[in-house]
Design a protein around this ligand. Structure first.
Ligand code: NAI
Ligand code: MG
Length: 359
């Protein structure tokens, strides 16, 4: 059956990087991948065209797709929009919510070729390969009630940190299954010494554990996890945590690998449909100049092949091609050493395609 992929280039460097990723998708099609690829506007670009960062037609196409590839949204041009509901970021949040993308996978993988770019010493990070599984549609970012109001003559701000057992269980299962496919170690991060919601979190993870006897489950408080990530990051294999802790820990883990231009991500829903995107933003400072690193987006295509399309061999082929171009010394500006030669966005795309074909 022909599967559907929707490409949403978005704003800033989005169109440049998704163009290179689309070329890689086309190369997969030439090798028998049976997909139909369509593009639609999202973010500020969609607002300019249709008055909404997530037009109905884009949302309908996203719902009908087996997988969505997103570039990035946002930029100074739209930051002054008074109506917050029209901001580009709302396009992204709307997609996550409408598609029910509760499971966010953020690998932090250090390419040995880029070890010098890490913020830590090479011996601490060489061979680093962590997968952070972050709950994405619940927790304190969405909990009700929330607000800022006057109480006893002064303003107070408040949010609600809430997870149901069902929400914890479904993200727990994603993480346990991920650990089964990887190094069989799962660390659940919480603050169960202080927060009731994470006491429940810990209890549910413990309850699931016997169903995955080959996975070794451990627990860590989030403050310690932050310390351990910068002290001895290689102790982790799969990490599972809630929305806010995951937001913070995944950004910290990203920096261990040195470059935001190298990191893909996946966000999955209950039916295995997913949205795939680089971890970085729309980089307005370098947009339109051919300077952007397309590798995070190309690696997002690999995750799409693995997690939504069931094509692990093509995924590995893309990852091997990326590794090969790094071996060959190709570097966009963000990953180039001081004074070293740089390639453009499309030259990097050319090289990945050539390596993909040659493998
Ligand atoms: P950013 O990730 O866009 O840029 C941070 C720095 O990294 C910049 O110096 C940029 O040039 C560089 N950079 C980012 N991606 C790169 C790439 N592929 N190759 C080379 N260099 C790269 O984050 P920033 O500056 O905080 O946000 C810019 C805009 O992007 C804002 O409007 C923000 O709201 C939006 N944003 C969108 C996200 C998304 O669509 N998922 C995520 C984060 C930010
Ligand atoms: Mg973040």
């Amino acid at each position: 059956m022909t599967r559907k992929i929707l490409v949403l280039p978005g704003d800033g460097i989005g169109p440049e990087i998704t163009a290179q990723a689309s070329r890689v998708l086309a190369a997969c099609q030439a090798r028998g991948l049976d997909v139909e690829v369509e593009e639609a506007p999202v973010g500020g670009t969609a607002y300019d065209l249709e008055g909404s960062p997530l037009p109905e037609s884009t949302l309908a196409k996203a719902r009908a797709a087996d997988a969505v590839l997103l570039g990035a949204v946002g930029g100074p041009k739209w930051d002054k929009l008074e109506d917050i509901s029209k901001r580009p970021e709302k396009g992204l949040l709307g997609l996550r919510k409408e598609l029910g993308l509760f499971g966010n996978l953020r690998p932090a993988l250090l390419y040995p070729q880029l070890a010098e770019a890490s913020s830590l010493k090479p011996e601490l990070v060489s061979g680093l390969d962590i997968m952070i599984v972050r709950e994405l549609t619940g927790g304190i970012y969405f909990g009700q009630p929330r607000g800022i109001e006057e109480r006893d003559g002064q303003r107070v701000g408040y949010n609600t940190y809430v997870y149901s057992e069902a929400e914890i269980e479904r993200i727990g299962r994603v993480a346990f299954e991920m650990a089964q496919k990887r190094g069989k170690k799962l660390c659940s991060v919480d603050k169960a010494n202080v927060l009731e919601v994470t006491m429940l979190w810990r209890e549910v993870m413990e309850r699931l554990a016997p169903e995955y006897p080959d996975v070794e489950l451990s627990h860590m408080y989030v403050d310690n996890a932050a310390m351990q990530l910068v002290r001895a990051p290689k102790q982790f294999d799969v990490v599972v945590t809630g929305n806010m802790f995951g937001d913070i820990l995944s950004d910290a883990a990203a920096m261990l690998t040195g470059s935001i231009g190298m990191l893909p991500s996946a966000s999955l829903n209950e039916s295995g449909q997913g949205m795939y995107e680089p971890c970085h933003g729309s980089a307005p400072d370098i947009a339109g100049q051919g300077l952007a690193n397309p590798l995070a987006t190309i690696l997002s295509v690999a995750m799409m092949l693995r997690y939504s399309l069931g094509e692990p061999e093509l995924a590995e082929r893309i990852e091997a091609a990326v590794s090969k171009v790094l071996d060959d010394g190709l570097r966009t500006a963000d990953i180039a050493a001081e004074g070293a030669p740089r390639v453009s966005t499309s030259e990097m795309g050319d090289a990945v395609l050539a390596a993909f074909e040659a493998l």
